[in-house]
Design a protein around this ligand. Structure first.
Ligand code: PLP
Ligand code: TYF
Length: 397
């Protein structure tokens, strides 16, 4: 039996971290995986999360099973965060929510639900998208295709191409959309462009699946979340996955949520019952720690303020690093990469070729993706000049 198993390639992103870890050069820099690192080059434990952790530990609660759909207080807290505490859809009971294993878990639970309901549907992802989108929906049994998104020439979004591709999609097609801080390009739709997309989704009877893994990293928690309100206001039924890996720096806790917004409370009840089957037959119920931490932070006014402030400084620091890199490159004679400062979130789609990215890695120990994606959230004042030197070197400046 097991001789049938072929050796699979490493994950294009996480596999790079393995290569980075094995690299013995002290000056190496990991700009591969999407992780926010502090000025000391380390993963931060946010102050509010640290306080929450102390409180949670002091309670010494027994480790009971959570319900299949997760911790009730967690669901309430994240629903208020995403949809607003006074959301009419929430009050109407039209939203089914489950706690998930990070954003990835939310996508997979959503994908399994959709495949159960509509096995013949095609899933459309952006071109390009997070590598795992294609793999995950393919594994869930779907045919995955892409809609035009990135315009390499214009360094922005090919909105006309995107709308054209969505208009050409068959009714019932699932459309995966990055709610903010598009991974990998860093280019987001404007409010007006979202309106145009929503119009097409409605006209064509498409099924939107919003993926929000970076709320707070673009312009702010409320600003980045505004797209969710647009979808609520549109009256469309849609799915929404969220991740707290980045915004709470809780990567290893695997904490996120999946919500399905529906037309009625009755429909939401039925959908929730189906979501629970998906969860139960995969891992029965989710873990407690991440949910307890996020709930404590979101529901305590002091901790919540501290979290929002710290997330705000992380966002601002990334913007400073972006500008720092642009300036450092300009000082080395590279003046055509100013777009790095305009991109949003953790990533910069640098426009460097695959060969240049490989040279960065092999010659300089600077690890980014072959696509040219670099995680600017892993830069700091200590490695920025080194990275700029390395880019200048592979660009032949
Ligand atoms: N969706 C996007 C667009 C992402 O970049 C990520 C990154 O990790 C995820 C989902 C998954 O989030 P998590 O790490 O919480 O599973
Ligand atoms: O794109 C990234 O780097 C993050 C982290 O299989 C990640 O989203 C990367 C690959 C993966 C899971 C998470």
């Amino acid at each position: 039996l097991f001789d049938r198993a072929e050796l699979a390639p490493a994950d294009p992103i996480l596999g790079l971290t393995e290569a980075f870890n094995a690299d013995t050069r002290p000056e190496k820099v990991n700009l591969g995986v999407g992780v926010y690192l502090g000025e000391d080059g380390k993963l931060p434990l946010m102050a509010a999360v640290r306080s929450a952790e102390e409180r949670v530990t002091q309670q010494h609660k027994p480790k009971a099973y959570l319900g299949i759909d997760g911790m009730p207080a967690y669901r309430d807290a994240v629903r208020a965060l995403i949809f607003g505490a006074d959301s009419a859809a929430l009050a109407d009971g039209r939203i089914a929510t489950v706690q998930t294993l990070g954003g990835t878990g939310a996508l997979k639970v959503g994908a399994d639900l959709l495949h159960q309901l509509s096995p013949e549907a095609t899933v459309l992802i952006s071109d390009p998208s997070w590598e795992n989108h294609r793999a995950l929906f393919t594994r869930a049994g779907f045919t995955v295709d892409a809609y035009r998104y990135y315009d390499a020439e214009a360094k922005g979004i090919d909105v006309d191409g995107m709308l054209e591709d969505l208009r050409a999609a068959a009714e019932g097609t699932v459309v995966v959309l990055h709610a903010c801080c598009h991974n990998p390009t860093g280019y987001d739709l404007t409010g007006e462009q979202w309106d145009a997309v929503i119009d097409v989704l409605r006209e064509r009877g498409l099924v939107p699946f919003l993926d929000m893994a970076y709320q707070g990293f673009g312009f702010g928690i409320a600003e980045d979340g505004a797209v969710v309100t647009k979808f609520i206001d549109s009256g469309l039924n849609f799915l929404l996955s969220t991740s707290y890996s980045k915004s709470f720096s809780l990567y290893g806790e695997r904490i996120g949520s999946l919500s399905v917004v529906l037309g009625s409370a009755e429909e939401a009840k039925k959908v929730l019952s189906q979501l629970k089957i998906v969860v139960r037959t995969n891992y029965s119920n989710p873990p407690t720690e991440g949910a307890a931490l996020v709930t404590t932070v979101l529901t305590d006014p002091e901790l919540r303020q501290s979290w929002e402030d710290e997330l705000g400084s992380m966002r601002e620091r990334i913007k400073t690093l972006r500008q720092g890199l642009v300036d450092a490159l300009a000082a080395r004679g590279i003046s055509d990469m100013g777009f790095i400062a305009e991109q949003l979130g953790m990533f910069s789609y640098s426009g460097l070729t695959k060969d240049q990215m490989i040279a960065l890695r092999t010659e300089h120990g600077v690890y980014g993706l072959d696509s040219g994606r670099m995680c600017v959230a892993a830069l700091n004042t200590g490695n920025l000049d080194y990275v700029a030197d390395a880019i200048a070197s592979v660009r032949g400046a």
